[in-house]
Ligand binder design. Sequence first.
Ligand SMILES: [Zn+2]
Ligand SMILES: [Zn+2]
Length: 350
Amino acid sequence: MTATIGAATMRALAKVRPGPGAELIERPVPSPGPGEVLLRMEAASICGTDHHLFTWDDWAAENLKPPRVLGHELAGTVIGTGSGVTRVHEGDLVGVESHLFDWTCAQCRRGDMHLCRNLRVIGVHVDGGFAEQFVIPEANAIESNGLDAAVVALQEPMGNAVHAAFASPIEGRIVLVTGCGPIGLCAVGIAKAAGAALVIATDTEAFRVELARTMGADLALDAADPATEERIGAATGGDGVDVVLEMSGAAPALDQALRLVTRGGSISLLGIFAEPPQVDLSDLVIMKGLRIHGIYGRRIYDTWERTQSLLRSGSLDVSPIITHRLNLADWETGFDLIASRNAGKVVLVP
Ligand SMILES: [Zn+2]
Ligand SMILES: [Zn+2]
């Protein structure tokens, strides 16, 4: 147990009232309770979810009760520990599993903690890490094993991609990634590193298509180009793709994916659809014998270990995905970049 820091204050980016916007505020440094650790923020990346919270859509209004410090893609150095903390130590740089789970429900008991019935998300339901210091349960602190702080933070969204990519076998298969935001871009790199025979990526933004090429896509195409489906057909010998990793949550992308996937193929669905999509289940799913995997979060802790193995082995370099590093004080620029969709990952640093 280390001393708490008394009445010290810190800067934190918070949603202070319901409605659009956020504010950089001064607030007391939190102190770690039993089983908790206090972290000094080293890197915190902005997620699409943060954009939803900022703009205050229906989901945000339902889930976030202000005042709340935002931020759930985090890396921090342990600077204080509560009673009972034994695994992590002061000075450790750790990544953060963003989901809080109860260990007790049926899902947790069978090892599906990412699907806990009482799941809460850091930076949504409890205070997050767009702050100089923040507190998390020790169980959520993941040793960084020598990775760079921005990459440590990036493991959270990358874990979503790892979870989606390995839902079905991809080695020696033709993989299509629809949607090349940061998670889709990670998926491109993961599929290449895992030995996919051919990796195809689509997005409607030229900037993202180019980044997909940088991440190793063999074929990176404009999803809205009428010639795209024909080109994918030609690249797959007319058979279609074996595995789709749907990262966009865009109905036209899902449509395209269902047409392009081969009979008996599989689809991992990670992108969240703003409206329930219309799908021809009979012709495009049942008759084709598709396997569809819904992907939420990361497997705790199996996905973290796979993610770290990919990064530490050098078989995957995610640094091209990090396009901007900004001071916490310049958070508005960061949120503007995310809204513009002309950025990869934007990382805030202290
Ligand atoms: Zn996120
Ligand atoms: Zn549970």
